[in-house]
Design a protein around this ligand. Structure first.
Ligand SMILES: [Zn+2]
Ligand SMILES: [Zn+2]
Length: 249
């Protein structure tokens, strides 16, 4: 197991400075969660017998996944530990005991259910055409536009809430072009939910479980800072007001 993980941090455009949340206070809870997952063999953690929640999934073709823990305190001074898995687990958005996604899964199904079959159909037609067919280029452009449109509508489903009580869309918070999956990592899920519940964050730790990713940048049981490409650009907004809230309770 790796030693202390790097902190969770991002530049806040409202304050004109970086906000930081340490990993340290969350790490013992993260290690406990890792041990509990290994013991139960499932992210159902003994509460749910759904075979799709088994840890074998993390060692299969889909490869491993990030998990996160947020230690926080409520207004009465009690400690709480929120936990999250990145994106969906084996196609499942909601698992009891874990924070839900930022978007509404039913809205997500409604949006993707309409466009994904059209994109798949275009892919099928493109594959059936010779590489130099003029129609192929038209269909490729059509598919590109449809995918871009779908992604924009998926991003529209996310509204981020921070510790000042401000809510903004991903597009309002993210400077520049958003990568696919922005908003689905553990850190944004955890911070958004803590903010909505009025919990003051004390520490956040993310770790990877399962088969090493294709780029070989993630290994089983190691801690990592929230990712640079999707999370760092929105963490400044999400962490805004956290320190003041922590000091007030
Ligand atoms: Zn991330
Ligand atoms: Zn700020």
């Amino acid at each position: 197991m790796t030693p202390a993980s790097p902190d969770c941090a991002g530049f806040c455009r409202d304050c004109g400075r970086e906000h930081v949340l340490p990993a340290g206070p969350a790490e013992p809870h993260a290690r406990e969660l890792m041990a509990e997952l290994e013991r139960c063999g499932s992210i159902g953690l003994g509460r749910d017998g759904d075979p799709r929640l088994g840890l074998e999934y993390l060692h299969g073709p889909a490869r491993g996944q990030m998990f996160g823990v947020l230690a926080c305190r409520d207004r009465a001074g009690r400690e709480h530990v929120l936990k999250a898995f990145s994106g969906q687990y084996n196609g499942i958005w909601l698992v009891p005991g874990w924070v839900p996604p930022i978007l509404d899964p039913q809205e997500f199904m409604r949006v993707t259910g309409r466009d994904e079959p059209r994109i798949k159909e275009l892919t099928r037609r493109i594959a059936a055409l010779p590489a130099d067919a003029p129609l192929r280029r038209t269909l490729l452009a059509g598919r590109r536009e449809l995918s871009r449109d779908l992604m924009a509508r998926i991003f529209d489903l996310y509204r981020l809430t921070n510790f000042r009580g401000l809510s903004r869309s991903l597009a309002e918070v993210f400077p520049g072009r958003m990568p696919t999956g922005t908003g689905e990592c553990c850190a944004p899920k955890l911070l958004h939910h803590a903010a909505r519940l009025g919990l003051a964050p004390l520490g956040l730790a993310e770790f990877y479980l399962g088969r090493e990713n294709k780029a070989a940048t993630r290994a089983h049981g190691h801690f990592y800072a929230p990712c640079e490409e999707k999370c760092r650009p929105i963490l400044g907004f999400l962490l805004c007001g956290a320190r003041e809230l922590r000091q007030s309770i």
